[in-house]
Design a protein around this ligand. Structure first.
Ligand code: N01
Length: 543
């Protein structure tokens, strides 16, 4: 099948690949490695001039991964996980980028990656069962399969704020940070946004700037990271138990992060016992705070106990009562927006050179040549940092003109929100795979666990097709409809849809409100995907 398809396209004179992969982040790199293992011809297109995806673009001060390093790393090669030395509990961005480059070199990936090139268009040819792919360097090639490894948080969003282009100083977006170091010493800096990116960068910028003004629309819950150097003993504890730790992360943990899971709910304990348990997790630090009890994401009364605990902590840390009150989130359950992990975020508001401005009711009125105007006042600044987030999960896919069967584009199909079968494929777009797409656990999990699972599944699927002589695979409409309904149903058993989050598309004006990721957990999801494959790719049509 794959060979004969290649033959057809050679007749048409097009350069032909078995697979084109879009993006050379962690998803695209591992996809390339696995497909080469099948002996296929693969071409990866990457718009940056280096590998690493998220970790290539997000170079803002304080950027680091809030999933712990020993777990935020590939597991597919034991040599790799044994040889790489992570320096800290949470690796800083430069170190993760170095790791990505190490992987690219170690597995000799670069010869099949074309950098500085975007995929602009992909059109499905129904007669040949191949994709015709157009890149930003004006070339067209044919590929049997296209894999979108475009990332979930890679389309940085410039906010639509009046006067933004009139600003005279430098404007930075956290998701598109310059490659040269940025020094804010002596400058008055404004930061718009208080999501994870802002919460990581605000303390670092505050230490440099002469004055920092943070414009907050929605207060966020953040847990101290308690970052520290990793000792050789800590590294070895993981390394010697990696098979078991990785297995548990994949199969037993909902979010793909190995951790201690509670067997009780928040209301099973009395007040003192509950406080003590929250205190222990707060002291330990990190994302696992919301796993103190097993019903925090499910039961509002349970959730309130965790939210109250964090609100009390904010009041203890922040000296000015009015600022503390503003920093206390009160419009969404804790964890229903992506929880943040910080180093000294709340304490930064005790610094004399930091001002918090509440823009909840009026938003930012205008940006002027040397000021941000909000709440009827001008805040003079020299530099502006937009920590305003991403058009998440669908944004970078939507930038490619993808034309499926009958001339229908993916943007047309997804106009009311993304629809996929298992997050992996979408009906009407044969041979097009998505890594960690909407409808899969994706952003609710340790991304590397989800990436590896998708890449392995796609590789097995392509091998299955090749061995049996199939040219095309496509999700069936009924299977997709059922899956979309299931994703939705599971989401509404939790508190997540109660927040105006980017999970819901709520941060982009006009974007349909749909809970995009699959919240059933990585273990259950993996089992479903495996069962589908074991039943001869049930819910997919192959020809
Ligand atoms: O973006 P966000 P982010 N006027 O969308 C505000 C991952 N991540 O880059 O909440 C004024 O969370 C907006 O306000 P509101 C992680 O999954 C991981 O910080 O919409 N304000 C919000 O405060 C994270 O969740 C790490 O009311 C405006 C902020 O900007 C995801 O990336 C590190 C505005 C945007 O917050 C995104 O995080 C960093 C406007 N016009 C990020 N528009 C790790 O460590 C937006 N805002 C793994």
């Amino acid at each position: 099948a794959l060979q004969s398809v290649s033959g057809k396209n050679q007749d048409a004179g097009l350069k032909t690949y078995d697979v084109v992969v879009v993006g050379a982040g962690f998803g695209g790199m591992y996809m390339l490695h696995k497909l080469r293992g099948l002996g296929l011809s693969v071409r990866v297109y990457e718009q940056g001039d280096g590998v690493g995806g998220t970790w290539y673009w997000n170079r803002y001060p304080g950027a680091r991964c809030d999933v712990e390093s020993m777990q935020y790393s590939y597991s597919f090669s034991d040599e790799l996980q044994q040889e790489w030395d992570w320096s800290e509990r949470y690796a800083p961005q430069p170190e993760i980028l170095k790791y990505a480059n190490h992987v690219a070199d170690r597995f000799n990936l670069r010869p099949d990656i074309q950098f500085n090139t975007r995929v602009d268009q992909a059109v499905f040819d129904e007669d040949a069962n191949t994709w015709s792919v157009v890149t930003s360097d004006g070339k067209t090639m044919a590929a049997t399969h296209v894999v979108l490894a475009t990332g979930c948080l890679s389309n940085a969003r410039m906010p639509d704020i009046k006067g933004l282009s009139s600003f005279k100083g430098q404007v930075y977006h956290t998701g598109h940070w310059p490659h040269e170091p940025v020094d804010f010493t002596g400058q008055r800096v404004g930061v718009i946004g208080t999501g994870s990116s802002a919460i990581q960068s605000v303390p670092v910028i505050a230490a440099q700037a002469s004055h920092l003004t943070v414009f907050q629309r929605t207060a966020n819950f953040s847990i101290p990271a308690r970052n520290a150097p990793l000792t050789p003993e800590e590294r070895n504890a993981f390394r010697s138990n990696y098979p078991e730790i990785r297995r548990k992360a994949r199969e037993e943990m909902r979010n793909g992060i190995f951790q201690e899971l509670p067997d009780r709910g928040a209301l099973d304990d009395g007040e003192n016992e509950r406080r003590a348990r929250y205190e222990t997790r707060w002291e330990r630090g990190g994302l696992t705070f919301t796993a103190t009890y097993n019903n925090i994401a499910l039961d509002k009364a349970a959730n309130d106990t965790a939210a109250d605990f964090v609100r009390d902590k904010i009041a203890e840390i922040v000296r000015d009562p009015q600022t503390a009150k503003l920093l206390q989130p009160n419009d969404h359950p804790i964890g229903s927006k992506r929880i943040c992990v910080d180093t000294d975020y709340y304490a930064t508001f005790n610094r004399p050179n930091v001002t918090l401005v509440d823009i909840k009711s009026g938003g930012i009125e205008e940006i002027r040549p040397s000021a941000v105007r909000a709440a009827g006042k001008d805040y003079e600044i020299d530099a502006l940092v937009l920590a305003t987030g991403f058009d998440a999960m669908t944004g970078s896919v939507a930038k490619i003109d993808i034309v499926g069967r009958n001339g229908r584009t993916l943007n047309q199909k997804w106009a009311e929100g993304p629809r996929t079968y298992l997050g992996l494929m979408t009906e009407g777009f044969p041979n097009l795979f998505i890594i960690t797409g909407p409808g899969s656990p994706s952003v609710l999990s340790n991304m590397i666990v989800s990436i590896e699972q998708h890449v392995d599944w796609i590789t097995d699927c392509v091998a299955y097709m090749r061995d049996r002589g199939f040219d095309a695979i496509e999700a069936k409409k009924e299977a997709e409809d059922k899956w979309v309904a299931h994703v939705n149903e599971v989401a509404y058993t939790t508190l997540y849809p109660q927040a105006n989050s980017w999970y819901m598309g709520a941060n982009i004006p006009g974007k349909p409100r749909i809970f995009m990721p699959y919240i059933g957990g990585v273990g259950a999801y993996r089992q479903i995907c495996n069962d589908v494959a074991a039943k001869g790719y049930e819910g997919f049509a192959m020809v």
